[in-house]
Design a protein around this ligand. Structure first.
Ligand SMILES: [Zn+2]
Length: 198
């Protein structure tokens, strides 16, 4: 299989480009913001978690080097800190941290391909590790999300045993848990505590 070194690559891709509808590219900011969440939630020194992330974003892992893995780990920690600041109401710190990430992982968009059938966007310098491109695109998408939706939508799960970060897309911006599972765990624990008291 050829090296998949751009954002439009997808699992199982062969030499023939996939139809455009299958591509994840810079126009899909929702997907890329979700990738920013994944970067922040993944422990990049844990093989099981790395494999899970690669299953979700296969092109991220193709051609991945140890340098690329270090880029993912570093960006993931910094993105997690952005969410932690935002969730604690430290808006300026969250924005400052995200600005530093934007500076470190600059977009360098260029249209690549030899003709209309395989034309696609690269967002980092040609030949960059896929991780470099994905991090740049994910950081950009999270910055756009923050400016359009507000820093208060960047959250950390209120279930103490979880600690995952998430983007709150709810109408009232009051979502507290990353998943229904975490909400249930917390509510069951609170219910049991109340029964013990009464
Ligand atoms: Zn959770």
């Amino acid at each position: 299989m050829p090296r998949q070194d751009h954002l439009t690559a997808t699992a199982g891709r062969t030499a023939a480009p996939l139809p455009r509808r299958h591509r994840t590219d810079l126009t899909d900011r929702g997907e890329l913001a979700a990738l920013a969440v994944c970067l922040a939630n993944t422990r990049w020194d844990d093989t099981t978690q790395v494999c899970a992330a690669m299953t979700r974003w296969p092109a991220l892992g193709d051609g991945l080097t140890s340098t690329g893995l270090a880029v993912l780990g570093s960006a993931g920690r910094q993105l997690r800190a952005v969410f932690a600041d935002a969730a604690a109401g430290r808006d300026r710190e969250a924005v400052g941290r995200l600005n530093r990430l934007l500076t470190r992982h600059r977009l360098r968009p260029v249209i690549s391909g030899t003709g209309p059938s395989d034309r696609h966007l690269h967002v980092a310098a040609v030949g960059s590790d896929p991780a470099v491109e994905y991090v740049a695109a994910a950081v950009w998408a999270l910055a756009v999300f923050l400016c359009e939706q507000g820093v208060d939508r960047l959250k950390m799960c209120a279930e103490p045993a979880c600690g995952a970060v998430f983007l709150d897309g709810s109408t009232n911006r009051r979502r507290r848990f990353c998943s229904p599972r975490c909400a249930t765990r917390t509510h069951v624990r609170a219910h049991r505590a109340r029964r013990r008291v009464t």
